[in-house]
Structures are given as structure tokens and as C-alpha cells.
Design a protein around this ligand. Structure first.
Ligand SMILES: Cc1cc2nc3c(=O)[nH]c(=O)nc-3n(C[C@H](O)[C@H](O)[C@H](O)COP(=O)(O)OP(=O)(O)OC[C@H]3O[C@@H](n4cnc5c(N)ncnc54)[C@H](O)[C@@H]3O)c2cc1C
Length: 301
């Protein structure tokens, strides 16, 4: 590469100034997505801006009500932080790619890439996560930012609201409520190192037997990662019962119009989406034998 074609600032302000000066440069983090555009799609980039050396963005910060994950934090570290807050996420975290990709890829890259079958977004939507976008304000000579709910980042298939001089800098994840019940389900053809056909994440709290907080993120069912707003509305305030769940299963299957592709047919995706909500109901009733943690490969062999 020629000098100046590969920019790797070591501070956040340096990074944002470089972004403002070179809005056409290809932003990269771990390049586990972008690398394939070069290897497989033969794309070439005249200039590359690498976010991973900005020291401020390599941290996970813990606050009373949320954790903030910097955009240069690896998937491995980011999921370790998420699992330490919410231990039931352990199996899901292990199913994100393989260790080499988890070590070089970032959570920021997963979110910014915005693939409808990316694994982190359904979970982050269910956790009510937000993203902080930053840019360099040349007049004031300082960093400015805006924060939005994660699902509001996306405008369509792999498009988002980020301006040419903005970068995704932080992902803020609220800390768990003691009473929350959280599950995230990844459906893929292979157990290990495979891309989701469907992903569903559900977080719920109950109050006096009724659904209080309900937050549902889904992947593989629309052009972007999505929040299942209609299904949430069907559930909110209702008695948590088999009848309520059956109504919500129907609502969830009707809420999205997935496509058929090599990973799954549209009909399969719609069916499995509802089945996963039923599984969530059964697990909430204490049925453990149906979750992945209880499956022994040795016993099945
Ligand atoms: C073998 C393999 C297995 C995989 N398995 C999975 C899987 O199981 N689940 C899954 O969801 N994904 C999977 N992926 C996809 C990929 O690893 C993830 O999407 C990863 O999180 C991308 O992060 P990255 O840091 O490598 O991003 P990069 O490839 O560097 O960038 C991805 C996109 O995000 C943009 N970007 C990156 N950082 C920023 C930023 N701070 N601000 C603005 N834009 C930014 C880039 O411009 C680019 O458009 C897999 C990939 C491979 C190669």
C-alpha cells in the first residue's frame, strides 16, 4: 500500500478527524466481513481507515445502569462482558463464528455491517441497547455525538443512518434487572461456526403473573435486524399463560415476511420463529430438557 492509503489513528479524536478528512475511505475494524469483499468479491479500496488502534474504543466501561462496549473491542471480549452480566448467554456466545473470527472481529463491526442475519443485533435489540455515533466538529474543535436505539440505526438492507463523517463508537447495553428472563435462540444448519437462518432473542419480566417488560429482537426475517413491535404489544400487560403465548406465536409469524434463500425457506423461517417463542414459554415454566445446554452429544452418538 502507498503511504497514506492505510490510516490507523491511535486516539478517538485522531480517528474522527481522519474520518472527516477522508469520508470516502473504507472503514474497517477486524475485517472479518470486509476481508471477504476483497477475497471473494474482488473489491479494491483506494484508502482504508482502521478503527482498531483508537485506545478509547478498546475498553468495556461499566456504569451503574449500563455497560459501554467500545467499537474496537473484539467479539471475544465483548461477549465475555455480556456473559458476565448475563450468564445464560454463554452457549449463544460460543456459537458466534469460531475463535479466530471472535478474536479479530468486533461487536462494532457486526452492528455497523447490519447484516439481517448477524447474530448480535437480535440480542442487543432485546436488551434495549443503543449506539453512540460520533464525529469531529471542526468549528468547535471537539467531538460531538448522538445516541440512538440500535434498531433505529438501520434504514434498509445493509444501509444505515450514519453520516459520511460519523463512526459508530460505543454500544451501550443496559444492565440486567434481577427478575428478567432472557433467552436467545440461533437456528443454523450446523451447531458450530455457522450463520443463522433465524435468530430470536426475548427478554421479559413478569409482575403479578402478567407480562411487564417485553423486548424481542429477530434476525433472518426481514431486510434488517428488527424489533418485533407488534408481538411485544400483543404480550405486554397480558397474563403469562399458554393462551397468551399462542396468540403471540400467531402475531410473531404474521409480523414479518421473510425470504427464501439457501439457508432456509420463507415458510420454515416463519414456522420456526413461532416455535422459538413456544420454546421460550416452556423454558419459562421450568422445562429445561428442551434447551441446548441439556443436549449431550455423547448421549446422542
Ligand atoms: C468464518 C466466519 C464466520 C462468521 N460467523 C459469524 C456468526 O456466527 N455470526 C455473525 O453475526 N457474523 C459472523 N461472521 C461475520 C463477521 O465476523 C461479523 O459480522 C463481525 O462482527 C464483523 O466485525 P469486524 O470487526 O470484522 O468488521 P469489519 O469486517 O472490519 O467491518 C464490517 C463493516 O462494518 C463497518 N464498520 C466497522 N467498524 C465500524 C465503526 N466503528 N464505525 C462505522 N462502521 C464500522 C465497516 O466499514 C464494514 O462495512 C462470520 C465471518 C466469518 C469470516
Amino acid at each position: 500500500a502507498q503511504a497514506g492509503n492505510y490510516l490507523r489513528p491511535t486516539t478517538l479524536s485522531g480517528l474522527l478527524q481522519a474520518r472527516a478528512a477522508h469520508p470516502q475511505a473504507q472503514v474497517v475494524a477486524g475485517t472479518t466481513d470486509v476481508g471477504l469483499w476483497i477475497n471473494k468479491m474482488h473489491k479494491r479500496f483506494a484508502q482504508v481507515l482502521d478503527v482498531t488502534a483508537a485506545q478509547e474504543l478498546k475498553r468495556v466501561e461499566t456504569y451503574p445502569h449500563h455497560i459501554a462496549i467500545g467499537a474496537a473491542v473484539s467479539l471475544h471480549q465483548a461477549y465475555a462482558a455480556l456473559v458476565s452480566e448475563r450468564p445464560p448467554l454463554k452457549t449463544f456466545a460460543q456459537r458466534f463464528a469460531g475463535l479466530p473470527v471472535r478474536n479479530s472481529g468486533t461487536l462494532g463491526g457486526n452492528v455497523a455491517n447490519g447484516s439481517p442475519i448477524g447474530d448480535s443485533m437480535p440480542l442487543l435489540i432485546a436488551l434495549d441497547a443503543s449506539v453512540v455515533l460520533m464525529r469531529w466538529d471542526a468549528k468547535r474543535k471537539q467531538i460531538t455525538h448522538r445516541e440512538l436505539r440500535l434498531e433505529d440505526l438501520y434504514t434498509g438492507y445493509r444501509t444505515n443512518v450514519m453520516k459520511p463523517d460519523e463512526l459508530l463508537c460505543w454500544i451501550k447495553v443496559p444492565r440486567p434487572a434481577e427478575t428478567e428472563f432472557l433467552r436467545v435462540y440461533k437456528i443454523s444448519k450446523r451447531f458450530d461456526d455457522d450463520i443463522s437462518a433465524v435468530c430470536l432473542a426475548i427478554r421479559m419480566t413478569l409482575a403479578d403473573g402478567k407480562v411487564g417488560t417485553i423486548s424481542i429482537g429477530a434476525g433472518g426475517v426481514a431486510a434488517t435486524p428488527v424489533r418485533a413491535r407488534q408481538t411485544e404489544a400483543t404480550l405486554r400487560g397480558q397474563v403469562w399463560s399458554a393462551d397468551t403465548v399462542m396468540a403471540a406465536v400467531a402475531a410473531l409469524r404474521a409480523e414479518f415476511q421473510p425470504i427464501s434463500d439457501m439457508r432456509a425457506s420463507a415458510a420454515y423461517r416463519q414456522t420456526v420463529l413461532g416455535n422459538l417463542l413456544q420454546r421460550f414459554w416452556l423454558e419459562s415454566q421450568g422445562l429445561q430438557a428442551i434447551n441446548l445446554e441439556s443436549v449431550s452429544m455423547e448421549a446422542l452418538a
